[in-house]
Design a protein around this ligand. Structure first.
Ligand code: PMP
Length: 359
């Protein structure tokens, strides 16, 4: 007898999940594949962990200590700050809260690959807008009717930043929808759209502790926006899970915000490594958009990216390769320490030499 199809299977939400970069078990791997910070968090963060109150209790559902530290640092009222479990959580919550139109959400064709996953998960119609041939966002593409707009600035995985004046133009042309600027990498060279918040009630700016604050493992992200947007986000959060932020994240996040000198020092170090690394990569025949982030998106004039990716992996150096339209001949390389980048360059020099003499 033919087995009957189980009806409950029809009721399962079917999604194609986002695939995060690999986290190798082997600690000796040089990890340049997930845009983490090569330096540890501020020593103040470790100290705060030691002084943390008991874990027996539920954390403050409003995560007030963290929200207030961010608000004070950014010079805005706490009613304009929302925190979440990494900016992924903040962004997912924002998709659910703000993108409920029948009109399509707009975002670039080459961008953070979580956007289409969230759109599918929440059944949000969307349309992608092609970057130009130099991987720049064309602001005019976002002037058509839409149910919302999101893009990273600097964009990922290209690393290119859009000037603040162009972001302002985009928001100005979109007074009827919510515009989200995902600033995961802004501290490494972009201009934050935070300065536009006073002008636009429909703008949400999202940042993270994962990159410039070396705290990817704790999962802290936040949004800044008008009190109306932040209240809407909190209403959805409290309808979902009151305790998204755990106690260690609240305490350690607040401690990180208070150590401005350390933050500036590590960001400056990464920027200086990036600028030196750009020159070395050009010499080796690579080209790339001029990154304002903590990674470089490179292509080689002669050698396919996938082959470099695989050869580097065998040598214990992980970079990111996306087998996707338009970008399947590119590698995204996170900026690590000077020493890590030197090891990678030494590998590349040898690899390219052998490649050329064998071909
Ligand atoms: N936005 C962009 C553009 C990213 O690349 C990332 C990192 N994967 C995130 C958001 C999410 O980072 P997190 O959840 O660690 O804050």
């Amino acid at each position: 007898m033919k087995k009957k199809e189980k009806v409950w299977k029809n009721n399962i939400r079917k999604v194609v999940p986002y695939v995060p970069g690999e986290q190798p078990k082997d600690a000796s791997v040089i990890k340049l594949n997930t845009n983490e910070n090569p330096y540890p968090p501020s020593p103040a963060v470790q100290k705060a962990l030691e002084e943390m109150r008991e874990l027996r209790l539920y954390p403050d559902p409003a995560a007030s200590a963290l929200v207030e530290a961010i608000a004070e640092y950014k010079g805005i009222p706490k009613e304009q700050v929302f925190v979440g479990v990494g900016s992924d959580d903040v962004l997912a919550m924002s998709f659910l809260t703000f993108f409920n139109s029948d009109k399509p959400l707009l975002f670039p064709d080459v961008t953070y690959s979580f956007y289409d996953v969230w759109a599918d998960l929440f059944r949000i119609p969307y349309k992608t807008k092609a970057l130009d041939e130099t991987f720049c966002i064309k602001k005019e593409d976002y002037y058509e009717e839409n149910g919302g707009i999101i893009f990273p600035n600097p964009n990922a995985p290209t690393g290119l930043a859009l000037p603040l004046s162009e972001i302002r133009e985009i928001v100005l042309h979109n007074q009827e929808s919510i515009v989200i600027v995902d600033e995961a990498y802004v501290d490494f060279g972009g201009e934050s759209a935070q300065s536009l918040l006073g002008e636009f009630e429909n703008l949400l700016v999202v940042q993270t502790f994962s990159k410039s604050r070396s705290m990817a493992g704790l999962r802290i992200g936040y949004a800044m926006g008008s009190p109306a947007l932040i209240k809407a986000l909190n209403d959805v959060k409290y309808s979902f899970n009151s305790y998204t932020m755990n106690e260690p994240s609240i305490v350690m996040g607040a401690a990180s915000i208070k150590d401005e000198a350390y933050f500036r020092k590590t960001v400056a170090r990464i920027v200086s490594t990036r600028e030196w690394f750009k020159g070395e990569m050009r010499t080796l025949g690579f080209s790339f958009p001029d990154s304002a982030s903590n990674f470089l998106f490179v292509t080689h004039e002669k050698v396919p990216a996938k082959e470099i990716f695989e050869a580097a992996r065998k040598e214990g150096i992980y970079v990111r390769y996306f087998n996707k339209k338009r970008i399947d001949n590119y590698l995204r390389i996170t900026i690590g320490t000077d020493e890590e980048m030197r090891t990678f360059l030494t590998f590349l020099e040898k690899y390219l030499q052998n490649y050329h003499s064998n071909s």
